[in-house]
Design a protein around this ligand. Sequence first.
Ligand code: ZN
Length: 350
Amino acid sequence: MNTYDGAAEPADLAPLPNESDGQAAPPVMPLAELHLHIEGTLEPGLIFALAERNGIELPYADLDELRARYEFTDLQSFLDLYYANMAVLRTEADFADMTRAYLRRAAAAGVRHAEIMLDPQAHLSRGVSLETCVNGVASVLASSQDEFGISTLLVAAFLRDLSEESALEVLEALLAMNAPIAGIGLDSAEVGNPPAKFERLFARAGEAGLRKIAHAGEEGPPSYIIEALDVLGVERVDHGIRCMEDPELVERLVADRVPLTVCPLSNVRLRAVDKLADHPLPAMLAAGLNVCVNSDDPAYFGGYVDDNFAQLESVLGLSEFDRVRLAANSISSSFASDERKAELLAELSG
Ligand SMILES: [Zn+2]
């Protein structure tokens, strides 16, 4: 069930763009997108197209009625709509079309490397096989550099509101099918589902040679960030904005150069911050934290990574120096090869 309450648009955000606008303002800056859920790129137009292709009846009469649901009161209210819309993803071709649409739009935004999260459990629970969702996305990622100029990696993200046993089962199945995943992540409803719940999952991923990331400190407290680092051994923290409530933690994150993948428009849409003018990003930059800007679920939160930058510039007066610093951080915090990072950093400074 959705919890649309007719809440007003946050005062300092532009209205939600539809998929036909929101083009990047030239010149685009090369960067890496490290916090992106592929299911969150499913635009309303594609939802309707896939519903028609698969003979699925949607609970919305038209695009406008669907778009009217995109007002969220918190993370859970977004997740309700997010999971409902996934019903249109049935076949490998559906996952492939969604992935291609993201890469096309991301290329226009300047994205040159992307680390893309897929939530296998959200599809398994609907009767869609692991092979269908993984192969559908991976088939497009395999040629992303040639087709879109974007090098890519796939990350299997696990739903933290489900059990660790379920996550372990899916991870073993991914390993057994030799899925082309570079790492694992942890997402979905954060509060009440602390990182330590998944200690064995992350230990197993480490044994299998996978990279480790986790959402922490979005709605959850700073202690969740500490747990993700100390108990799960993550190399990067998704969101992490609530670290600012713990000066000792900030000191540690700065000293260790721990990357935080910040998603400003997402934070405003999900009411983690009241309005963009109150976003902690400027304070995080001033503190010397290793932050970068990402779109999270761009079809739901009012924009892709270039839209995030455009709004940061107009509302927070982000300087050119900080823009370049954020882009450089995104590239150096990625899991791309050293060679690819050097190539993109050279392109950024050129
Ligand atoms: Zn996220």
